[in-house]
Design a protein around this ligand. Sequence first.
Ligand code: 6PG
Length: 469
Amino acid sequence: MEGTYDFGLVGLGVMGRNFILNVADNGFTAFGNDLDSEKVNALIEEGGDTHKVNATVDAKVFVDALATPRKIMLLVPAGKVVDILIESLLPLLDKDDIIIDGGNSFFTDTDRRESYLAERGIHFFGAGVSGGAKGARLGPSIMPGGNRIAYQHVKPIFEAVSAKYQGEPCVTYLGPKSAGNYVKMVHNGIEYGLMQLTSEIYDLLKKGGEFNNDELHQTYAKWNTGRLQSFLVEITSEIFKQDDELAEGRLIDKILDRAKQKGTGKWTSQNAMDLGIPVPSIDIAVSMREISALKEERLQADKLYDRPTVKPMDKDRLETLAEEALYFSFIITYAQGLHQLADASKEYGYELNISAIAKIWRAGCIIRAGLLADITIAFKADGNLPNLLLSPTFVEKVQSTVHAARELVSYAAKNGIPVPGLSNSLTYFDAYASSRLPLNLIQAQRDYFGSHTYERMDREGTFHTEWEN
Ligand code: 6PG
């Protein structure tokens, strides 16, 4: 007997439960599946009406309850468990059914799963879902990749449940194979970069301007009403207000400065290296999480070395520079991530539309920001733009704020405040916008010690010199 439910979801953790309730809120009937009966019962209770939202621990009951072609989303941790679930579902499915992996799976895993399932007549989508638990419930940004024709079955549901930016859904078909997971991976790389920059500016304001938590809250809140408007700036302002429930004072001052990571930022950096696309603002954000993890060694080193005493800067001036430098370095970070996407698109045949990606990042996801509306327009004007920094509409934005990054990087260096995200963004810009770099010397050195040859500026060809000493 063919089932009637419009949508199936496996994995009823917080994300899965919220996503399925969101599907039901939007008028689709949905069926959940999890091995944990407590999670199954919790969903049935929260759903209220089993004709709209139902759930089971039994995979066969679950599959049979769905209308064909079945649309089954997996919201489970990336890795082996995805393969295990696919294997358990496979014998129960029919030709043209659709499995959607909504986790942060590594893109080559998605490619492997997609071709494995395609051979068996099943469509597989890697669909990055961004926005955390709240986003899943109220409207995430969704980044699907896979078979374009099969996407038509998923499209109405995804468009209904996704976040909306001025009425436009924050989801679109991105491309074949692992395009969706790849775009979500780079989204997360950008997320790492923006988070690192936001925290460096916090450090500067605190150490250089002696901003207290209330002032930090107000400053970030004010910025969030201007050109820096973004989810990350907004939650940063909220974080400074949060009281500690376990002791006196604000929570932020009690949190251990050791940041964890699940891997997507690192994958972005690793793959950018493979592609030969520089993303130093993302690389350093990954490295800083690694440095932060070396807490014991940092404590030892701190005792071994003298550091400059921070000379305070005028508070108003610091605040102005900090806003400009953050805006500048946000632009640079998006520019690097989008540069990587443009190149990956060619390398992996994704045929990505960068403007459409910026568009679906304008709401719902963690890196949503006012800036993305401008980025959407820049790539709409020129879909082949290799780098945002080459867009005429961004020249003035960068030109008018780079001075602040210079001033703060030099202030931070003199005062021993680490701002590697800011300085990497600045040096990336200085290098990218230099018609002549000293890498001619590297070519000369390579040829000197290894006869690796070099090219010349004044004539065609490849040259080698017997260098004299
Ligand atoms: C999102 C986030 C999310 C990610 C967390 C944690 O878009 O909703 O990117 O997918 O899992 O941000 O990532 P880390 O543990 O690596 O910081």
